[in-house]
Design a protein around this ligand. Structure first.
Ligand code: ME8
Length: 503
């Protein structure tokens, strides 16, 4: 891989950022940080942003007594501040109310107007829509989407009955091609269960979709029909292209498009695995390589919701635990991809077990022994421990290429436990009495493993990684950091402060 473009969804500004948004964004950041180490900073692009048009935002602004643009400015700023607090290393932040986005969307719509689908028919046509619309999803609903006559994701939301003249996108024309590229893996929908879900949806038959609304004002106007507003999902999906500068066919666009990975959750899978690829095919543009939909989590067994009062603000987690630990606690809850439950009371337990008593304590223990027995300098030795660091890195890379972010957390925790057991079985405090050579060797091994750990945690815990490297007197990232035995005899070490205070 020589470049890596990764995207998160752009989040609605009807509400401030919550743990669900943080989950996807942290996962994307971990991947971006990993690939920057692999292929260089200039070759990685991480995009996130905010989705600011549509009925849902207009209603939320009205409720707050604000103009939609002012309201969007405020909430979008909250998203940006939260990502800064969580140390998200996004290369750009796109807002759908920005001019650069709007002008790109307009140009794309004009291109679509002239485009023909696989059958040779124009991809856009005028028609009449009659049916139901859920403002919560900002999506049209068919009877088969409903449970007890309600949207299963927004049961409290009243469904609106719409009857309008709209512009339609001939999605049905792309059915065969979509099936082919998903089945062949030319466009990967992951995990496997999500791929099957999308294929069975396609198998049931794709309906053309309305891509404009006459009754909505807050949005971008259809350039060839000023009475219509572009459907918010079409507007939003195009952010992945507008942010790179598709309009001017910028160098950035040429370099980074298509995305290697699009991360999202299962709630918006159809938009990313069906509508976006069909739009791209209509525009004759290459498709993203992987569309990965992770699971949805509940909090203490319940759906996260304002009315239940169990919404967790990621900012509060950072205030309590610091940014690295907050990232860790959010992403280490359950395997990436699956649905899971987050138990609020587990945060403190996990913090103490994995970070304060686990990684943090190991680093203090190793550097404490180096201080006590070797006046804080690296003793003589070469790497002889029977922990296979080479295969550790192989598994680590494989997990990243399979997007198994959680498995790498376990891999790192296993290495921490391995070191704790090694210390307990070698008993350096006894070696100090009678076997200085062995003591040097054991300590050398431990310091070398701590160095590898510092690099392995860096996508997840970037600040802690830097702190450990500093303690090891490594001023800048070593190019060949995965080599074994790079720690040099005589290097001054600095135990300093604990990495994580117990709570
Ligand atoms: O759908 N568990 O924005 P949105 C895991 N604007 N992830 C969760 C989650 C949960 N309980 N809740 C939210 C939109 N997420 C559109 C997207 S993209 C062109 C437009 C995450 O603010 C997850 O990534 O409703 C999900 O897909 C996203 O937030 C939905 O964010």
């Amino acid at each position: 891989m020589n470049k890596f473009y990764i995207t998160t969804p752009i989040y609605y500004v009807n509400d401030k950022p919550h743990l669900g948004h943080a989950y996807t964004t942290i996962a994307a950041d971990i991947l971006a940080r990993y690939y920057r180490k692999q292929i260089g900073d200039d070759n990685v692009f991480l995009l996130t942003g905010t989705d600011e048009h549509g009925v849902k935002i207009a209603q939320a602004a009205e409720k707050a007594g604000k103009l939609p643009q002012d309201f969007s400015d405020e909430v979008s700023a909250q998203f940006q501040a939260t990502w800064q607090k969580l140390n998200i290393s996004n290369n750009d932040f796109i807002r759908t109310t920005e001019f650069r986005h709007e002008e790109a969307v307009i140009e794309i719509l004009l291109k679509l107007k002239d485009a023909k689908g696989p059958s040779g028919q124009p991809v856009l046509y005028q028609g009449e829509y009659e049916g139901l619309y859920c403002t919560g999803c900002e999506a049209y609903k068919t009877e088969s989407d409903l449970v007890d006559g309600k949207c299963p994701d927004h049961p409290k939301q009243k469904l609106n009955h719409l009857k309008e003249a709209n512009w339609f996108f001939r999605l049905s024309d792309f059915q065969t091609d979509l099936k082919k590229i998903i089945e062949s893996g030319a466009f990967k929908v992951e995990p496997e269960s999500r791929k099957n879900e999308v294929l069975s949806f396609i198998h049931d038959g794709l309906q053309d979709i309305a891509i404009s609304r006459a009754s909505v004002d807050w949005g971008i106007k259809v350039p060839f029909d000023q009475d219509q507003t572009i459907y918010v999902w079409v507007d939003a999906l195009l952010n992945y292209l507008s942010a790179l500068g598709i309009k001017d066919n910028s160098e950035k666009f040429q370099k980074f498009w298509p995305a290697e990975v699009q991360l999202l959750a299962k709630d918006i899978l159809k938009f990313h695995a069906i509508i976006l690829p069909a739009l791209l095919m209509a525009l004759d543009l290459p498709l993203p390589k992987v569309c990965f939909a992770h699971g949805f989590f509940t909090i203490d067994g319940q759906k996260m919701s304002k009315s239940i009062g169990n919404v967790i603000d990621p900012n509060e987690l950072v205030d309590t635990y610091g940014s690295d630990a907050a990232r860790y606690l959010i992403i280490s809850q359950f395997p990436f991809g699956n649905d899971g439950d987050i138990k609020a009371e587990e945060f403190v337990k996990k913090y103490n077990a994995d970070l304060a008593n686990g990684l943090g304590n190991l680093v203090s223990r190793v550097l404490g022994m180096a201080e006590k027995y070797f006046s804080s300098s690296v003793p003589a030795g070469k790497y002889t421990a029977d922990f296979d660091l080479k295969s550790f890195w192989q598994t680590y890379d494989k997990n990243f290429s399979d997007l198994k972010l959680y498995d790498n957390i376990q891999l790192i925790q296993q290495l921490v436990s391995w070191c704790d057991n090694y210390i307990d079985s070698e008993k350096p405090w006894e070696l100090a009495k009678n076997n200085n050579d062995k003591l040097s060797q054991v300590l050398y091994n431990l310091i070398e493993i701590v160095r590898h750990l510092a690099y392995a945690i860096s996508p997840y815990l970037p600040e802690t990684s830097d702190q450990i490297l500093k303690k090891l007197n490594i001023q800048s990232v070593e190019e060949n950091y995965r080599e074994i035995g790079l720690v040099k005899e005589g290097t001054k070490l600095d135990k300093g402060e604990s990495l994580f205070m117990r709570k």
